[in-house]
Design a binder for this molecule. Structure first.
Ligand SMILES: C[S@@+](CC[C@H](N)C(=O)[O-])C[C@H]1O[C@@H](n2cnc3c(N)ncnc32)[C@H](O)[C@@H]1O
Length: 232
């Protein structure tokens, strides 16, 4: 299997990229992504007012639509099919999409006021390396927002797979999206909250706030963590 030069396999090939794009591009205003998480991104940007933002693991690019048009947005993703989709779907002034690895971002040091990584760190074997690279491209006092699977609800999450294998802290399996849809052979690294915090702190990022969100009525711990931090 192709690899990103790091330990994990590159899984968003044609099939998973197609499944992902179809799901994301089907409006679901009552889903936690659109109802709870997108507003968090919008309000975080409104508070920080960056001049530019890098979206690390941008997928098919939908987060670019949450970013005010006067902000320069740079989406980066390892998946060529998803970057191709992003360019087709969301090409606009001040929007750029390019292939790149979260561990080796194609940008100079101290380029960005803000960085977002939304549902990406659970795919990464090493949050430590990803945080270091994110910190490298942030300007001093730049801000970052990490939205990822909440380790406190991994047990709930295991129930969302129609089939999975778990070994050495990694789940690989078919994630059931409902309505007969699924994400085939997708990965979930079972990082702990201390792992995530240690990654950020180790990269010189000061954690400002952690929120929990995602189907809180059903799962009071929340399916997602929303961690905001600042480069010291
Ligand atoms: C669940 S999707 C989320 C996409 C997007 N952030 C969103 O929420 O719409 C995870 C994305 O992480 C990307 N990804 C995984 N490992 C990566 C890496 N090492 N560098 C860059 N992107 C990566 C995948 O290709 C995929 O597009």
């Amino acid at each position: 299997m192709e690899t990103s030069g790091s330990k994990e396999p590159v899984l968003y090939g044609e099939q998973l990229a197609g499944e992902w794009s179809e799901w994301v591009e089907t409006p679901n205003p009552e889903g936690s992504r659109e109802k709870e998480l997108f507003p968090e991104v919008r309000s975080w940007l409104a508070q920080r007012r960056p001049t530019n933002v890098v979206d690390i693991g941008c997928g098919q690019g939908i987060l670019s639509t949450l970013v005010p048009s006067e902000i320069d947005y740079y989406g980066v993703d390892l998946s060529e099919p998803l970057i191709a989709r992003a360019k087709k779907q969301y090409a606009a002034p001040r929007r750029s999409f390019e292939s790149g690895d979260a561990y080796r971002l194609p940008f100079e040091a101290a380029t960005f006021d803000a960085a977002i990584s939304f549902w990406v760190w659970s795919h990464l074997a090493s949050p430590l390396r990803a945080a270091a690279e994110m910190s490298r491209v942030l300007k001093p006092h730049g801000s970052c927002l990490i939205i990822t699977a909440n380790p406190e609800t991994y047990d709930v999450r295991r129930g969302f797979y129609s089939r999975y294998e778990e070994k050495d802290g990694l789940i690989i399996g078919d994630f059931d999206l409902g309505d007969g849809r699924k994400l085939t052979n997708t990965t979930l690294y079972l990082h702990t909250i201390p792992d995530l915090y240690a990654a950020l702190k180790g990269a010189g990022l000061v954690i400002e706030e952690t929120k929990r969100a995602g189907m809180l009525d059903e799962y009071p711990a929340g399916l997602y963590l929303i961690i905001s931090a600042m480069k010291g």
